[in-house]
Design a protein around this ligand. Structure first.
Ligand SMILES: [Zn+2]
Length: 342
């Protein structure tokens, strides 16, 4: 991994694209702050197709300003991001998803990189860490955390008001969150959504300059969504996105399904049209305990896959490769949605 300390304009190049092409591998950037006895952590581009955090960071670095305290930043998935077309590949072809590698074994390239990032965080001891992403489908902004805490809520609130509390364990960086160094994931909104850049920029400005980022502003309301499940495709499932069933597919998903992201959907919301391998032959939905919850969340009416109860859906992807490689969507039961008044 390359390491840059207070990089110069020449090192940063004029554009984030030129900078990444020049660097061509994972990079750590350390910026000295006004106060050098505290450090904050930042990771972005763990997924090569999710650039909002990187674009905001690069724009800010070019200003050569001093943040309030030291910053240690990691930009891991540079090799995936710079494959043409730029910012299209979530992972480097043939490798594991970088954000599933933050627990042992670390015995492949992304695992070794994750281990090195964790070791450097251990060495530099940031007081907190942000991991900035985008969703692949259209979506509003939200944060994801692995347990409820005031510090998590405060960090997410720098960017947005929606917070998913997940008990699913996949090996993501945020699962490393501990009281002495909270870690949160920020989803700035869709890769192609016009507002995502501003979400990343405005949130990072607060993160770089605000004295206290771990106390929620008095009266700030956060919407919490608890215990999401993932709707996953079983291996060898054939998926397409279209406005009606595509012959030969196991599931065809409406192209506009991502409009449902964070809207409340009622029972009977169409998720897709199934082929001859019906529902559970090619789909699975397990909760954090590994319990099969497919029938509680979803039902089949004829060849139509529908929601079986009112749900909050999020992270709905409109990319077949991501639906297969990761999951089609996350769903949380609407009764779990609570507004917390702080
Ligand atoms: Zn991501």
């Amino acid at each position: 991994m390359k390491k840059l300390f207070n990089p110069t304009a020449a090192e940063l190049k004029n554009t984030p694209e030129a900078f990444l092409r020049e660097i061509s591998e994972a990079v750590m950037i350390f910026i000295e702050g006004e106060s050098t006895d505290r450090t904050r952590g930042l990771v972005t581009l763990l997924h090569g197709n999710e650039p909002s955090g990187l674009l905001a960071l690069h724009k800010w670095l070019l200003r050569a300003e001093k943040p309030l305290c030291n910053l240690i930043c990691f930009i891991p998935s540079v090799p995936a991001a710079i494959l043409e077309p730029m910012f299209r590949n979530r992972v480097y072809p043939g490798q594991r998803d970088m954000n599933r590698c933050f627990f042992p074994p670390y015995d492949d390239l992304p695992g070794a990189l994750a281990e090195e990032i964790l070791e450097l965080f251990e060495e530099y001891k940031p007081e907190c860490i942000l991991d900035i992403h985008n969703t692949s489908g259209h979506s509003p902004d939200f944060g994801v955390v692995t347990y409820e805490s005031r510090e998590h809520e405060a960090l997410v609130s720098l960017f947005c008001d929606r917070m998913v509390v997940t008990d699913l364990r996949l090996g993501a960086l945020m699962e490393r969150s501990v009281r002495r160094c909270p870690v949160v994931t920020i989803e700035c909104g869709g890769v192609d959504d016009a507002g995502s850049a501003a979400v990343a920029w405005n949130g990072l400005q607060k993160y770089f300059y605000q004295e206290d980022v771990m106390t929620l502003e008095h009266g700030h309301h956060m919407d919490l969504y608890r215990h999401p499940v993932r709707l996953e495709l079983k291996p060898k499932t054939v998926i397409a996105y279209a406005d009606s069933y595509v012959i030969g597919t196991d599931i065809t998903v409406p192209t506009t399904l991502d409009r449902c992201n964070f809207g409340t959907v009622e029972r009977g919301q169409l998720i897709g049209w199934m082929g001859s391998r019906m529902g559970r032959d090619c789909l699975r939905a397990h909760d954090a305990n590994g319990e099969d919850v497919f029938e509680r969340f979803f039902e089949l009416r004829g060849n139509q896959l529908m929601t079986a109860q009112p749900l909050k859906l999020f992270m709905i992807t409109t990319r077949p490769d991501i639906a297969i490689g990761d999951c089609l969507l996350y769903a949380a039961e609407e009764r779990e949605h609570q507004v917390v008044d702080t």
